[in-house]
Ligand binder design. Structure first.
Ligand code: C5P
Length: 196
């Protein structure tokens, strides 16, 4: 079975948690596409060459989850040649046999416009910043400023900006527990699965 779940949305909205849970529940493979851009940013040097030469070892670095890596990722992610170099890998992953969940910013709009399920997971910026702060610590005001700066860069870039696909289902996790958000997403996937 070929079945793609596209999960897009801004930083710290809950995309990763929801995507991992969906993959586990339905036995699908999961790709956190933000990690690709984080790895390109972390390599330094020419980002286009980094994107073209990305290796599994780049994705296994243990410094990809920091705020700084997130900012670097969103800078290199605005470069069309970087995005183009990462497209085929993501599309192949999405159409692999057995089902796939991909989370990112442009999965439902650019990478997999034909995805069987498209979710746009969001939450108010203050809530997202608070979650990031709980995860990473640091100065709360600075974490909020970084979340807002990254949203702004991701939503306003010319190539593949962050926005919901016309047919995406919006899941606002601001006032939802993790369990409730996962249950809602799982319902949407279950409703679209081919009947056995
Ligand atoms: O999701 P995550 O916070 O790890 O993403 C890091 C950055 O990578 C985002 O802020 C965004 O600029 C970029 N990104 C992207 N397209 C994706 C996934 C991530 O542009 N599909």
């Amino acid at each position: 079975m070929i079945f793609t779940v596209a999960v897009d949305g801004p930083a710290a909205a809950g995309k990763g948690t929801i995507s991992r849970a969906l993959a586990e529940r339905f036995g699908f493979a999961h790709l956190d596409t933000g990690l690709l851009y984080r790895a390109v940013g972390a390599r330094g040097g020419d980002p286009v060459a980094a994107a073209r030469g990305l290796t599994p070892a780049d994705l296994a670095r243990d410094d990809l989850r920091t705020l700084a890596a997130g900012q670097a990722a969103s800078r290199v992610a605005a470069i069309p040649e970087v995005r183009a170099a990462l497209t085929a890998f993501q599309q192949d992953f999405a159409r692999r046999e057995g089902g796939a969940v991909l989370d990112g910013r442009d999965i439902g709009t650019v990478i997999c416009p034909g995805a069987e399920v498209k979710l746009f997971v969001t939450a108010r910026p203050e809530i997202r910043a608070h979650r990031r702060w709980l995860e990473l610590g640091g100065d709360a005001a600075q974490v909020l400023a970084e979340v807002i700066a990254r949203d702004d860069r991701d939503m306003n870039r010319a190539d593949a900006p962050l926005k919901p696909a016309a047919d995406a289902v919006l899941v606002d996790t601001s006032d939802l527990s993790i369990e409730a958000a996962i249950a809602r997403a799982a319902e949407l996937v279950a409703a679209r699965l081919p009947r056995a």
